[in-house]
Ligand binder design. Structure first.
Ligand code: PLP
Length: 354
């Protein structure tokens, strides 16, 4: 085989490791509590709408801007079509934000630890990542607003901690930042409050939502960005032409139409989250107060890799991060009550035999 000319790869790309997503085993042997997916299926109306759409015009390109979905989301969230952009998951929207705002050397700031994709997307643009550590209780570091950043990103609720920055603190941040404030609300349906009302007051704020979590549609890849029409128009310029498939937008419209289904599942998950947090505390973990569909459990100074492997051997996948600041933690997605009972039983057994 001829040697590929790797020296022609951009240095930035050659040197970076690339994002490592959570394990997605395709053999279905595991109870998956590692990617913050919803343990409940999407609305039956989504399945019915998809079955009908499969019989229709798959040979034709989809609407490049997914206007049916934009209109549905606009009506639901009290916005106009022009304030909404649809993405192939919210990861796609993050990419568009980076392409639009971040050139070589431009600063992007966010509090850490948080969703690790942010830093990787900045690196791809040759931008400069400014990581500002959260305070020990995951409250906002005051220096965050002092970074002269093109983009400041707040994950709300934060991953992997599950903690939520109170709305008045988000507003203070909006008042203080110089550039654009991106509020990533991937998990906000599981929380007590949203930053959506800020959009009307702060034209430099962008809110990201996803249907992957609360609407049980991770497999369909649908994200929504909300922002000022002028800002959305700029983002539109850098999107892939047909970034949302026909089936995805059909599924998303049907999912938004059955909002009650989503709320019912969210309520079940919130109840299980309370049980899970209590059970982990009984086991001796410190558990951050979660407003998301996962919890972060810490056993101060005790590396959790053996626990992660022990659980995996027993068919239970959770998320372990090897980075020094999180190595004594496990991030556990909230599954069904039965899945959580099995997890806790396995953790108790592993603790007894440790
Ligand atoms: C904080 C955060 N933002 C965005 C995403 C991306 O979600 P999706 O691309 O499925 O919409 C995730 C996925 O895990 C996430 O944790």
């Amino acid at each position: 085989m001829t040697f590929p000319r790797l020296d022609t790869v951009r240095q930035t790309i050659r040197q970076m490791q690339g994002y490592i997503p959570g394990e997605q085993p395709q053999d279905k042997r595991y109870i998956k509590l590692n990617s913050n997916e919803n343990p409940y299926p999407p609305s039956p109306q989504v399945i019915a709408a998809l079955q009908q759409a499969i019989g229709e015009d798959l040979r034709l390109y989809p609407d490049p801007v997914a206007n049916r979905l934009r209109d549905k989301a606009a009506a639901m969230y009290g916005l106009s079509r022009e304030q909404i952009l649809v993405g192939n998951g919210s990861d796609d929207l993050l990419t568009m934000l980076m392409r639009t705002f971040v050139g070589p050397g431009d600063r992007v700031a966010f509090p850490v630890p948080t969703y690790s994709l942010y830093g990787i997307l900045v690196a791809m643009q040759d931008g400069k990542v400014v990581r500002v550590p959260f305070l020990a209780d995951f409250s906002l570091p005051p220096q965050l607003a002092e970074v002269e950043a093109k983009l400041t990103i707040l994950c709300h609720p934060n991953a992997p901690s599950g903690t939520l920055t109170p709305l008045h603190r988000v507003e203070e941040l909006a008042q203080r930042v110089r550039g654009i404030l991106v509020i990533d609300e991937a998990y906000v349906d599981f929380a007590d409050e949203t930053a959506l009302p800020l959009l009307h007051k702060y034209p430099h704020a962008v809110i990201l939502r996803t249907l992957s979590k609360s609407f049980s549609l991770a497999g369909m890849r649908i994200g929504l960005a909300f922002g000022h029409p002028d800002l959305i128009a700029e983002l539109m310029k850098v999107k892939d032409s047909y970034n949302v498939s026909r089936l995805s937008s059909v599924a998303a419209v049907a999912a938004l139409e059955d909002y009650a289904w989503m709320r019912q599942n969210v309520n079940k998950i919130r109840a299980t989250r309370t049980r899970l947090s209590a059970a982990l505390r009984e086991l001796g973990y410190f558990v951050y107060d979660s407003q998301a569909n996962f919890v972060l459990a810490r056993q101060q100074g005790v590396i959790q890799e053996p626990m992660y492997h022990g659980l995996k051997e027993r068919g239970l996948l959770v998320r372990y991060f090897s980075s020094p600041e999180l190595a004594d933690c496990l991030r556990i997605s909230v599954g069904t009550d039965e899945e959580i009972d099995r997890l806790i039983a396995a953790m108790e057994e592993l603790r007894r035999n440790a």
